[in-house]
Design a protein around this ligand. Structure first.
Ligand SMILES: [Zn+2]
Length: 302
């Protein structure tokens, strides 16, 4: 069940600026779903870690362009490099949760997910010294079959989710999901604010844009046009990047540069991101959801 998205329909007070949000899913190159079949979690410590260096490059780029964002940090990364989480918070960004071990919601029972939601939130709040409000599911895996996760997130103290990709795709996608920030209701009736990933209507098509692989795989002009589409209409947009997506020198995980979707466009991401961040003011997801009236302002309780 979805409440009408603000920013898309009528009746919402006009905002001072387009609600552009920026996010980073903080995980290392070998932890992504595409490598899950060949990289068991037990072997993660044996891979050379590059997440801290790549995250700092993003932090520098955000400083350079005046952008603030939400860093959805994987609990495993936070535990291995607590200083990185402190630095993200210290440089003025929002710290939020990407779960503990990058298992998709479709691989977890509600009880297992509850444990991950609790554990990652406590860990990150301790490091960031700030409330952790938001969650992003690995592989954007909040969909029709996993709406129970909304109930679990509400129960464990989160106030928003940002995991819905309102498209149809092989591994993820929630075509009936909200296409802009909205309240989303879980299976048991709890509600949470949702800031979905962005899509661009192209005739009958709904093209996933502005996030992850799409930044690298779509032509640069199309990503910029997708951003302009949102800016011109004052629509909320979510730009999302992974630290490994600006790292053309990352080691091969498999026997070759495969799958190609992981390695394509790594050299262009940083330049594209810089161009996008110069086209508007980017802020953390929680900041934008507060402005949209979907989560309480700091000090208002809730
Ligand atoms: Zn991820």
């Amino acid at each position: 069940m979805i409440a009408e998205p603000p920013g898309g329909g009528g009746g919402i007070a006009p905002l001072a600026e387009p609600p552009l949000a920026l996010s980073v899913d903080v995980e290392d190159y070998y932890q992504v779903q595409a490598f899950a079949p060949i990289v068991p979690r037990a072997s993660w410590p044996s891979y050379p870690s590059r997440v801290a260096g790549n995250t700092r490059r993003l932090l520098d780029l955000f400083d350079e362009t005046g952008a603030k964002g939400t860093f959805f940090v994987l609990g495993w990364v936070a535990r291995n490099d607590p200083g990185l989480v402190r630095e993200i918070a210290g440089r003025g960004h929002e710290v939020a949760s990407h779960g503990m071990d990058h298992r998709m919601l479709t691989e977890l029972t509600p009880a297992e997910f509850r444990e991950q939601a609790r554990e990652s939130r406590a860990l990150l709040e301790d490091l960031a010294q700030a409330p952790v409000l938001g969650f992003r599911a690995p592989s954007y895996s909040v969909g029709e079959g996993t709406l129970w996760a909304i109930d679990v997130l509400a129960e464990t103290g989160y106030v928003y989710d940002s995991s819905v990709y309102p498209i149809r795709f092989r591994r993820y996608g929630f075509p009936g999901g909200p296409r802009g920030p909205a309240r989303l209701t879980g299976t048991a009736g709890a509600t949470l604010a949702e800031f979905p990933l962005s899509r661009l209507p192209l005739g009958p098509l709904r093209l996933p844009v502005l996030a992850g692989a799409y930044l690298r795989l779509l032509p640069r002009w199309l990503s910029l046009r997708a951003l302009d589409h949102h800016v011109a209409r004052g629509l909320p947009a979510m730009v999302n990047v992974h630290p490994w997506e600006i790292d053309a020198d990352q080691p091969n995980v498999g026997p070759s540069r495969s799958p190609w979707t992981h390695y394509a466009g790594l050299r262009k991401t940083e330049g594209l991101l810089r161009a996008m961040l110069r086209r508007g003011r980017f802020r953390a997801a929680a900041t934008r959801l507060r402005e949209l009236g979907l989560i309480p302002r700091a000090g208002e309780g809730g």
